[in-house]
Ligand binder design. Structure first.
Ligand code: ZN
Ligand code: FE
Length: 256
């Protein structure tokens, strides 16, 4: 097995179309736009082998129809009729085989941002779409705080060195919010300096790791007394549970 390298193809203003590639093949995750993918394949002389979709939003699926027309490849996606281009439907526990790389990815259901959102995990890599962001999480368009918190807990249970490939470059604004929640978190201050330098040099802040997210992401830290205290301040009352803390932090971020 040759572990593929993973490169970001930038799309729109802040999306990354994560691309697994070796010398000959490429697999793309969430191609919201076909043309940057087509340009990349042509420039690098690569053959598209598969498309993976995490959720139905257009900035993740908008390029699928055109890519399918140009390349005869399987399209993996959750059971959701809002993704009509899918050719292989996946659910929790399914395995996506990528024979081009001799690689298997496991499917995790992570509802919250949307009700059918999935993530793909394998070989130390996590493609989590808009569920977990670097120092943040997706908005709750179709799920409850309890559901999203459970989904994030599932991702937190992965090994600390798992590389986290999120679909958006939201890191610096997420860190600004995280600093408001946990001003005393030293790991967060360090992260801010590092990620700010990366952006100033024109580099992505991603991938992150599960270990770094556990140390700095307020949405994964709702059991921390400092995060609970910040939530209490926002709510002007004592939160009733960790889910209540999570819901408060999410609502606060929406208004931040
Ligand atoms: Zn989305
Ligand atoms: Fe998105």
């Amino acid at each position: 097995m040759t572990t593929p390298t993973v490169v970001p193809i930038p799309a729109f203003s802040d999306n990354y179309i994560w691309t697994l590639r070796d010398e000959r093949h490429a697999v793309v995750v969430d191609p919201g736009d076909a043309s940057p993918v087509q340009d990349y394949l042509r420039r690098e002389g690569l053959k598209l082998a598969a498309i993976l979709i995490t959720h139905h939003h257009n900035d993740h699926t908008g390029g699928v129809a055109a890519l399918k027309r140009a390349h005869d490849v399987p399209v993996y996606a959750p059971h959701d009729e809002r993704i009509p281009e899918a050719s292989r439907r996946v659910r929790e526990g399914d395995t996506v085989e990528l024979p081009a790389f001799g690689l298997k990815l496991e499917v995790l259901e992570v509802p919250g941002h949307t009700r059918t959102h999935v993530a793909y995990y394998g070989a130390g890599m996590l493609f989590c779409g808009d569920t977990l962001f670097a120092c943040g999480c997706g908005r709750l368009f179709e799920g409850t705080p309890a559901q999203m918190r459970d989904s994030l807990a599932k991702l937190m249970a992965l090994p600390d060195d798992t590389r986290v490939y999120c679909a958006h470059e939201y890191t610096l604004s997420n860190i600004a919010f995280a600093r408001a929640v946990e001003p005393g978190n030293a790991a967060l201050a360090e992260r801010e300096a590092r990620d700010r330098a990366a952006r100033e040099a024109g580099r992505p802040t991603l991938p992150s790791t599960i270990g770094l997210e556990k140390a700095t992401n307020p949405f994964l830290r709702t059991d921390e007394p400092a995060v609970a205290a910040a939530a209490a301040q926002f709510l002007q009352r004592t939160p009733a549970s960790a889910v209540d803390v999570f819901a408060a932090i999410r609502e606060w971020k929406n208004r931040f």
